[in-house]
Design a protein around this ligand. Structure first.
Ligand SMILES: Nc1nc2c(ncn2[C@@H]2O[C@H](COP(=O)(O)OP(=O)(O)O)[C@@H](O)[C@H]2O)c(=O)[nH]1
Ligand SMILES: [Mg+2]
Length: 379
């Protein structure tokens, strides 16, 4: 890692220096305002001091680990990587086998109890649901209720059984609100781990508000961790001819909010960083100063594992999440996780995204749509 200190008149200049010398992947480790003095201290001027770092060429890393006798740290590092990944794999395996055992026990008890005349389609649906991301216990309860209904009317068609399943899934989201007007508050903030599609989705939402709904819009980004991230949002802002404020501190953020408060909607982008880092969540809470006038969406990728999605939701919950946005539907065939997350956390989803095209690949989400997509997956 190469670390360097830069002094400049303002943050923009400092970032330019960092970028020129260390490139787009540079990371800002620290920044503070300082006084620079000229003419033997007679004239003092305000400025900023930034400490930035960048990972050095990956090839030198590889060299280190390739020659253990010369570089003992290299070996240690790689061993550590293996041991952490092993324990993770082990954990996942354990989780999977527990799920497997649950399923087995469940099917054993069912075979004993249920009427032999029960149509194959019932078992087919039940099996599909158990194989999905939906909790087996929840599936069992729902299918038991449907079984009771079938006992009362054994001539029920397959289609009627499917409708009952659809009704059952909808019933569990009865208390969950899926807000239909995401632009009703002035500030819209997206939070979530790195790479899930926050910035892309923010651009889609902003384009939608501006081009389709005719709202005046602006952007704020607090994702100043990587220079490339700022540039990404700046590009969208310039295409939409919208103002953008880059914030490096809580003070900057408050100033930016005031500066853009004349606009209809202001879209706020945040850094992902490591979602397991609790300190980061606290930092985010401090910087963002979540108030009444802000809608906060937690962005989750449907390509993530269910266990990870739950961990992320738990971590970000403190920040005050209003609704979910589920991304990358186009990259997976199993989408029951979004239903399960909404059911578990009793929060709806405002949007689903299904591609990289801005602004097209954005679908407003409703309960019915969410449940229908599961029905299509299992039927
Ligand atoms: N396939 C697919 N890719 C997406 C979708 N949304 C975003 N991406 C891509 O995911 C990558 C990361 O997106 P970005 O918005 O930078 O994520 P961020 O780190 O959360 O801000 C980019 O390559 C996006 O084009 C989606 O709905 N489907
Ligand atoms: Mg981003």
């Amino acid at each position: 890692m190469k670390v360097k200190k830069y002094k400049a008149e303002n943050m923009q200049q400092a970032m330019q220096l960092v970028r020129l010398e260390l490139g787009d992947d540079a990371v800002i480790l620290n920044s503070k305002s300082v006084k620079t003095s000229r003419f033997f201290g007679l004239l003092s001027k305000k400025g900023v001091e930034v400490i930035a770092a960048v990972d050095e060429e990956p090839s030198s890393q590889t060299l280190k680990t390739k020659n253990p006798q010369i570089q003992p740290e290299g070996i240690q590092a790689s061993k550590q990587t293996i041991s952490t990944s092993t324990s993770r794999v082990e954990q996942d395996k354990l989780f999977d086998s527990i799920q497997e055992m649950k399923k087995m026990m469940k099917s054993l008890t069912q075979e004993k109890q249920r009427d032999p005349l029960l149509p194959d389609f019932f078992f087919h649906l039940e099996e599909k649901l158990v194989q999905s991301e939906i909790s087996p216990l929840h599936v069992e309860e729902m299918m038991d209720t449907i079984y009771e209904k079938w006992l009362e009317n054994k001539t029920m068609t397959d289609n009627s059984i499917l409708e009952l399943v659809e009704g059952g899934l909808l019933q569990s989201l009865k208390e969950v609100s899926f807000d239909q007007d995401p632009y009703k508050k002035k500030f819209i903030c997206l939070v979530g781990p790195t790479g899930v599609g926050k910035t892309t989705t923010l651009a889609k939402l902003a384009a939608n508000a501006s081009l389709r709904k005719g709202k005046s819009i602006g952007f704020i980004t607090t994702d100043t961790y990587r220079i490339a991230a700022i540039e990404q949002l700046k590009t969208y802002a310039s295409i939409l001819e919208a103002p953008i404020e880059v914030c490096y501190s809580a003070e900057d953020f408050l100033a930016a909010k005031n500066k853009l408060s004349h606009l209809d909607v202001v879209f706020i982008d945040t850094a992902g960083r490591n979602f397991l880092n609790e300190h980061f969540i606290e930092e985010l809470k401090e910087v963002l100063d979540f108030k009444e006038e802000m809608t906060t969406f937690l962005v989750l990728s449907l390509t993530s594992k269910m266990t990870d999605m739950k961990k992320i939701a738990d971590q970000f919950w403190n920040v005050g999440i209003h609704q979910f946005i589920f991304t990358k539907k186009d990259e997976t065939t199993s989408i029951s996780s979004m239903y399960e997350i909404s059911r578990l956390y009793q929060k709806g989803a405002a949007f689903i995204t299904d591609g990289q095209n801005v602004p097209e690949d954005l679908i407003p989400c409703t309960k019915e749509l969410m449940v229908r997509s599961i029905i299509e997956e299992i039927a």
